[in-house]
Design a protein around this ligand. Structure first.
Ligand code: CTP
Length: 373
C-alpha cells in the first residue's frame, strides 16, 4: 500500500503558503487493513480514516459515480485496485489534484503545477459536474487567490454555466451553500466570489435580487469596505445585503439559513439605512430615532448595535455618513439613562417605563440639536 499527500496541502506548499490541514490518500489498502493498523473510520459510508496519532485524514483511493441531482446522488467505489490517478481525476480543480508520494516526488497527471504557474483555476475533468458545490468552491478559490493573479479559465466557466443551466445549483442544500458563503466572506477578495457566481449565473439562483448592476456594485463596495475593517461574518453579510429592500433582505438571509445573529444584523442594517438618510437631512424626529433604538434593542444588545455602527458607514453613500456620528452620539446619550436611579426616585411599574422613555427622548433631542463635529 502507498500513501500520498494530496489536495490543498500540496497546492499551498507549492504556492509557498502555510499548510493548515494535511489530507492523505491511501492506494492498495482495504478498510480492514486500515482498522488493523489502528486507524479510526470517520463515517460509516465513506472510506475515510483518522490516523491514530496525528488525527490527520487518510482516505482510501476512491471513485464516485453520480446517480441523480445534487448532493444525494452519490455512490462511492473504493477498492485496493483504484489507482491514484483514478482518485485524482474526480477532484475539482487541477491545482487541487496533485499528490506527493512518500519519497517527496510530485505526482501531477493533470498539470496542476502548470496551472499554478499560469494562475488558472481549471476543472480536472467532466467529473467536476458530479458535485455542484464545486461551483461555489471554485468561486471561493478565485476569491482567495485573486490577489495572486488567479482566475477561472474560460472552459471551466463554460462548464459551470452549463451546470447552472441544467439546474444543478437548485438542488444544493442551504446549509452547504451558507458554509461556502461564510468562508468566502473571509477570503482575501470576497467580492470575487460573488463576481464569479454572477458570471456563471449561479447568483441568479442563490441570490437573484443581487444580480442587477446597481445592487450588485453597491453590495460589493460595502463588502470591500467592511472587509478592510476586518469585520465579522455578521457584519460582512449585513454589508452585502445592505442595498436590498427590507423584505428581500430578510427573505434571502432566511432562505440561506444564515445564523440568527447574521439575519438580525442584516435586518437592522436595512431598517436603519433609510432612517440614516432622513437623519442626514435633519428629517428624523427624536421620537422616531428612539423607536428605532428600541427596535434595535440597544439597551440589551449594545454589542450588536456597535456592529451596526461599523456596518452603516460602509453601506451608506458618502453624503449620509455624517448621520452615523449623530446616531452614535444620540444612542450613547440615551444609553446613559439609568433605570436604577429613576427607581430610587420612586418610579415604578408603568410610570417607570414612561420616565425612562421620556428621559431617553430628552437626551436624544439634546444630542440631535448639536451639530455633528
Ligand atoms: N475536493 C473535491 N471536491 C469537493 C471537495 C473537495 O475535489 N467538493 C478535493 C480537492 O482535491 C481538495 C481536497 O478534496 O483539495 C480537500 O478538500 P478541502 O479540505 O475542502 O479543500 P482544500 O483544497 O484543502 O482547501 P482549504 O485550504 O480551503 O481547506
Amino acid at each position: 500500500m502507498q500513501t500520498y499527500l494530496v489536495g490543498g496541502a500540496v497546492r499551498d506548499e507549492l504556492l509557498g503558503l502555510d499548510v493548515k490541514d494535511r489530507d492523505w490518500v491511501v492506494v492498495g489498502a482495504t478498510p480492514k487493513e486500515m482498522l488493523d493498523r489502528g486507524f479510526k473510520q470517520v463515517g460509516a459510508d465513506f472510506p475515510v480514516f483518522l490516523h491514530p496519532e496525528t488525527r490527520e485524514e487518510y482516505a482510501l483511493a476512491r471513485t464516485e459515480r453520480k446517480h441523480g441531482h445534487g448532493y444525494h446522488g452519490f455512490s462511492v467505489y473504493s477498492a485496493p485496485d483504484v489507482t491514484l490517478e483514478e482518485d485524482l481525476i474526480r477532484r475539482d480543480l487541477t491545482i487541487n489534484a496533485m499528490a506527493r508520494d512518500e519519497q517527496g516526488e510530485l505526482v501531477d497527471p493533470f498539470h496542476g503545477q502548470r496551472d499554478l504557474v499560469n494562475r488558472k483555476l481549471r476543472h480536472v475533468s467532466e467529473a467536476f459536474t458530479e458535485d455542484p458545490l464545486r461551483i461555489l468552491r471554485t468561486a471561493r478559490f478565485a476569491a482567495r487567490f485573486q490577489p495572486m493573479g488567479f482566475e477561472v479559465c474560460e472552459e471551466t466557466m463554460a462548464l459551470m454555466r452549463a451546470m447552472v443551466a441544467d439546474g444543478e445549483v437548485d438542488h444544493l442544500v442551504p446549509e452547504r451553500v451558507w458554509q461556502e458563503i461564510q468562508r468566502a466572506l473571509h477570503e482575501r477578495e470576497p467580492g470575487t466570489f460573488f463576481e464569479v457566481l454572477r458570471d456563471c449565473k449561479a447568483l441568479d439562483v442563490l441570490a437573484p435580487e443581487l444580480v442587477p448592476e446597481s445592487p450588485f456594485s453597491a453590495a460589493l463596495a460595502a463588502l470591500r469596505c467592511i472587509h478592510r475593517q476586518q469585520g465579522s461574518t455578521e457584519e460582512r453579510l449585513a454589508a452585502l445585503m445592505s442595498p436590498l429592500p427590507e423584505d428581500a433582505c430578510n427573505a434571502r438571509t432566511k432562505a440561506l439559513k444564515a445564523p440568527n445573529d447574521c439575519q438580525n444584523l442584516a435586518r437592522l442594517t436595512v431598517v436603519f439605512i433609510p432612517a440614516m438618510k432622513s437623519l442626514a437631512s435633519n428629517q428624523l424626529t427624536g421620537e422616531s430615532l428612539l423607536a428605532l433604538l428600541d427596535a434595535a434593542d440597544l439597551w440589551r444588545r449594545p454589542e450588536r448595535f456597535s456592529a451596526l455602527i461599523r456596518v452603516l458607514p460602509c453601506s451608506l453613500p458618502e453624503t449620509d455618513r455624517t448621520a452615523v456620528t449623530l446616531l452614535e452620539r444620540a444612542a450613547s446619550a440615551a444609553s446613559g439613562v439609568s433605570p436604577k436611579t429613576l427607581m430610587e426616585h420612586g418610579f415604578k411599574g408603568k410610570a417607570l417605563g414612561e420616565a425612562i422613555h421620556a428621559e431617553r427622548l430628552k437626551r436624544i433631542n439634546r444630542a440631535l440639536s448639536q451639530t455633528p463635529s
